[in-house]
Design a protein around this ligand. Structure first.
Ligand code: ADP
Ligand code: MG
Length: 295
């Protein structure tokens, strides 16, 4: 049966077309390191998945990328195949103990050009320990700036910070260390709930701690083409943030959710899957757009 008009044949054709386009598009290097905080106060919306897969896609396109995992759960570290048991030097040592970032960064075993500053369970205590420290909101920023400066020509092209789902001092540190906020939004009911609170918090950070911070990128995730709800949420988000939402969206995909249990991103676990293609397209798009001007 070789009917080119079956749904499967059409889907395969579509995938080949997308892979060809991705392979042919050159992903540009930014002029300076782009530091993006991946944030959303809701849990389970795809922050970690987006962080590790966009980072992997950018690295696979030939760029140098650092993922900083500041969620005590350490899910980004797990997905990148990075050791993060309690004895491993981690972001905790950097923000609380003042250790240099270079001493904790590990290279991702599966993807060239991708590094990770891991999170260990100690980080759960950092929220409280940070309260009494000097310059408590600036500690990640200072460590990252020093690390990027010492790398010189070898500096990262992108730094993506994976946040926990709360606005504690760790997340504040991430907002102070970044110039861009990258918000994944799940195409489901209540998707926009909590978003206005996130926007208010970002406004407070801009006013008091980091005037350069801008929401540069929104990515629609877990899009389910079979439901009207997904389409409605997507439309609503695009209407509110016409210039910020990426055209590429990420479908709900079993392959994406399976990858972390193998210590892999979907980019390495199943590079031909529609989830991997979507993340590659999203990464290319955000790189081609560049950093918003006026910063
Ligand atoms: P967060 O970091 O915001 O808490 P995660 O990235 O950990 O969210 O995602 C929450 C759960 O949803 C995880 O189990 C993840 O594997 C799954 N998931 C994320 N994106 C997708 C997707 N596009 N399709 C299917 N499952 C997904
Ligand atoms: Mg997470």
């Amino acid at each position: 049966m070789q009917d080119a008009d079956t749904p499967i044949a059409r889907e395969l054709e579509d995938q080949v077309r997308r892979r060809t386009r991705i392979a042919q598009t050159k992903v540009p290097k930014p002029e300076r390191t782009r530091v993006m905080t991946v944030a959303n106060q809701k849990g389970g919306v795809g922050k970690t998945t987006t962080t590790v897969n966009v980072a992997a896609a950018l690295a696979q396109a030939g760029l140098r990328v650092l993922v900083i995992d500041i969620d005590p759960q350490g899910n980004a570290s797990t997905a990148l195949g990075i050791e993060h048991h309690a004895e491993v030097p981690s972001v905790y040592d950097v923000v609380v103990e003042g250790k240099p970032m270079r001493d904790i960064v590990q290279e991702c075993p599966d993807i060239k050009g991708l590094w990770c500053a891991p999170a260990t369970i100690d980080l759960a205590g950092a929220e409280i320990e940070l309260v009494s420290l000097v310059a408590r909101e600036q500690r990640l920023n200072r460590a990252l700036t020093a690390h990027v400066d010492e790398l010189g020509e070898e500096a990262y092209d992108y730094v993506l910070i994976d946040c926990p789902p709360s606005l504690g001092l760790l997340t504040v540190n991430a907002f102070v260390a970044a110039r861009e906020v990258f918000i994944p939004i799940q195409c489901e009911y209540y998707a926009l709930e909590g978003l206005s609170q996130l926007l208010n918090n970002i406004e407070l950070i801009r006013k008091h701690l980091n005037p350069a911070l801008a929401i540069s990128t929104i990515l629609l995730t877990m899009y389910d083409a079979r439901t009207r709800l997904s389409a409605q949420v997507a439309e609503e988000v695009r209407t509110h943030f016409p210039d910020t939402v990426l055209r590429s969206s990420v479908p709900r995909s079993v392959r994406i959710s399976e990858a972390p249990s193998h210590g892999l991103t979907v980019m390495t676990y199943d590079p031909a899957s529609s989830g991997a293609l979507s993340y590659a397209e999203a990464a290319t798009e955000l790189a081609l757009r560049g950093e918003p001007s006026g910063q």
